[in-house]
Write a protein that binds this ligand. Structure first.
Ligand code: BTN
Length: 299
């Protein structure tokens, strides 16, 4: 009957629900993320973690549907900028373009909550910056030449090892939370993936020919991420773009561009511009700016 005062939701009722019930629920979720886990260890990640704010608030789960979903919920319930959500497994993980994402035990599945206080037009740059942070992390653990396929697939020898899903959440007074979801196929084998994904997928374990330490990988990534997000915060976009271009898998390739609400077309990738859009030269010589969508490499 809380909902039924005069048969409508009064302001008071709404604030009662959001303050009492949901906040309690968010505490339950936070508590769960502080319980002991088996493979990914909060204490190991935090040991000597050299960041000021990324990962200082950290929740680690054994299993969730999607770390992005948990992050989205917590981002609305009193968490710090830079809060990180990690899960050993995901049962309903989200990939880009509405696809699902395989997330068995052994991978690194995490989401970062940012409260960046910037214009929405800067969001593509956050995604590009995250790709650079992942590539630098892989270099630090011994991968020789990780490359970034626009907008943000990380590739080793032409096969995907990591995907990034950025989601922006508009709050009341145009304050935005940004959820950056990162999935790295770390200690996995390609045979663990569905057959149709196997030819395009690789894992760190297979590339490095050894098991790696997931906690260390996460720690390095959080440090790299904070470094690059500082560049982002201080408008060091040129440096981010330079780092991205240096590792680009897409530039110089012929692609099929698949944008939402547009017919597909082929073109040659000339580069990325300062907004993080891909610049594609069509067969007829015209230049196109691709802001969102997929680019299927044809050569
Ligand atoms: C892609 O399609 O390439 C993006 C994949 C993003 C997967 C990560 S895993 C952690 C986070 N939680 C999710 O549900 N998705 C992202």
């Amino acid at each position: 009957n809380l909902l039924k005062k005069e048969n409508k939701l009064s302001e008071k009722t709404i604030s009662e629900i959001s303050n009492i019930e949901i906040d309690d629920f968010s505490q339950v979720i936070k508590d769960l993320g502080n319980e002991e886990t088996e493979h990914i260890k909060k204490s190991e990640i935090l040991k000597d973690l050299k960041t000021d704010y990324i990962g200082k608030e950290l929740y680690v789960y054994r299993e969730v549907e999607s770390t992005n979903t948990v992050a989205k919920f917590l981002s609305m319930h009193d968490v710090e900028n830079g809060t990180v959500i990690i899960s050993e497994k995901q049962t309903k993980a989200k990939g880009r373009s509405g696809k699902s994402w395989e997330s068995p035990l052994g991978g690194v599945w995490l989401s970062i909550i940012l409260k960046p206080d910037v214009d929405q037009s800067k969001f593509p740059m956050i995604t590009l910056a995250t790709g650079v942070a992942v590539a630098k992390t892989l270099e630090k653990v011994g991968v020789e030449n990780p490359e970034i396929k626009w907008p943000n697939d990380i590739m080793i020898n032409g096969k995907k090892v990591c995907g990034i899903l950025t989601e922006a959440i508009a709050k009341f007074n145009t304050v935005e939370n940004v959820i950056i979801g990162v999935g790295i196929d770390a200690n996995l084998e390609v045979s663990q993936f569905p057959e149709e994904l196997q030819s395009g997928t690789t894992t760190l374990k297979e590339e490095l020919k050894r098991e790696g330490n997931e906690n260390l990988l996460i720690k390095i990534f959080l440090e790299e991420f904070e470094k690059i997000s500082e560049l982002f915060n201080h408008e060091g976009y040129e440096t981010i773009l330079k780092e991205w271009r240096k590792r680009s898998y897409s530039i110089g390739k012929i692609v099929e561009v698949r944008e939402p609400f547009n017919t597909y077309y082929d073109g040659y990738v000339v580069g990325i511009n300062k907004e993080g859009a891909l610049i594609v030269e069509k067969i007829d010589g015209t230049l196109k700016k691709v802001i969102s969508g997929e680019c299927i490499i044809k050569n």
